[in-house]
Design a protein around this ligand. Sequence first.
Ligand code: FPP
Ligand code: MG
Length: 325
Amino acid sequence: MAERLVNLPGMSAVEELIRSKFESDSSSLQEIPEYLFALGGKRMRPMLTLLSAAALGMRTPSPRLIEIAAGIELIHMATLLHDDIIDKSPIRRHKQSAFLKYGVPNTLLAGDFLLVRAFSLCARLDRHIIDATEQACVELTEGEIEEIPLFRAHLNVTEVLEIARKKTAALFRLAAESAAFLAVGKEPVLNCFLEFGEKLGVAFQILDDVLDVISTEDLLGKKAGQDLLERKPSVVNVLWLESGSELSKRLLTEPQLEGEDLFVAKALAELRHGETIQRARALAIKYAREAESALDAGLAQAPNKDKAYSTALYALIRYTTERLE
Ligand code: FPP
Ligand code: MG
């Protein structure tokens, strides 16, 4: 995945544009986004934007494509700054979270700043994409606010999949839809790509929930079991509760327990050997297959396409369900 990232035409232009948007008279507003950006990350959303347009026959990434890819990543960065404050997550990608390093007020403001910077890029496109950007941001916020800890509310699998659709898949959807808008500009391709992006995003989020349990601190860039500690309504946690496990009820439906670390260690052991992870993985694969079908349909109806890049898009779907980080 990393090699494709480096070689993908347009990625360095997207990164350059993103960095140029950090410029501010206030040193904190500049430093916090630079810190987050330097932590790296998979750049999934710009990759999806650039690959989708290329697969649909856009030979050279247009300035508008670079702008929307950068805009979407800036929105994503804003949500990460805010999300770590909300989740009280101390670590992101092996480093201190921005709010611990720079404080909550400045980090909140840096998120606001990035959001405004993003809108200046997304708003250069047609009304259709401006509306789609608004819709994605509304859904991000709804998804985050609906993510009530399991000790406060019981959520079922359908409800948490809807949260995943909103908090994560909304931006994937916007990325694929905007690319199709710029490369083709009309139905039915637009709708197929919108669907492809959304299903891919849900599969990605389910795998994120799975990795929180099965992966290692080295690969995750933070301790495993964070979703357990936060009593987060992740797909894994909700499936685990629904399995009837006694341990899941004790751990997840209480805000805090004595000997919390021991409980989390026990939970990780139970989950790693039980069927919950397999169920969650099966759900991720189901969404990945749906993403594949939507991509098949979109490409079949596209006036132009590029085989090398459509192959890379299918590889991106596979990566989403097989990744380890
Ligand atoms: C990460 O989830 C969080 C999101 C994908 C959405 C965050 C949304 C907001 C903070 C709403 C604010 C919206 C805007 C437009 C600024 P996670 O906690 O499961 O992932 P993590 O493990 O990477 O923290
Ligand atoms: Mg979080």
